[in-house]
Design a protein around this ligand. Sequence first.
Ligand SMILES: [Zn+2]
Length: 243
Amino acid sequence: MKKVWIDAGHGGKDPGATANGLQEKDIVLKVSQGIQQQLEAEYEGVEVLMSRNTDVSLELSDRTNKANRAGADILVSIHCNAAGGSGGFETFRFTNAMAASVALQNVLHREIMSALKPYGVTDRGQKSANLHMVRESKMPAVLTENLFVDVAKDAGLLKRQEVLHAIIQGHVTGIANHLGLKKKEETTVAKSERDINVVSPWAAPAWKAMTDQGYVDGSRPGAPITREEMAVMMSRFINNQHK
Ligand SMILES: [Zn+2]
């Protein structure tokens, strides 16, 4: 069972960046909860643990201490940006990051930018910085900065549900790829599989008539027929014609 730690930035008394009627703490909580739901729903052998699942205040050290104690396999810290000119998407690893953090950043950055492609989001690149969340996490850790709340174009995008879904999808695909997670079996096959012991409505009258006349024994109406069974049915039919 792989453990993924998702850290929704800010919260409670700390709203993070605010502009254009948006609060960073609300957006990153929605995105984090979406990542948790989708990863656990679509992939086998993964558990998603969260720094916060509500609007509460947390110290940075609380977040990394909890993730380290839980023995998480990777940590992704979710943020939105501000005060950055033309807006866009960027990711951070620690300045002296381990190779696995670089690998995680590569796949996350690629998948999120790919999911955001239809929306013309600026790629600000893969960066490194001496940030608490990526420095103090013992496991591979990346911080994503998902658009700028104070840039009009980005704020407009962050207000669209489909854009939040794209951000969530990019994180989910990136994390799943990095950890080599296996998709759950599709359930559509099981759903469409019929019960061979129940007659289909369209065939019910004919099935009853043939059963009453002794051509079939009335069992397993949905089972395939063999050539022998067909021969028996035909001989019953022919015998009936001669009565
Ligand atoms: Zn932030």
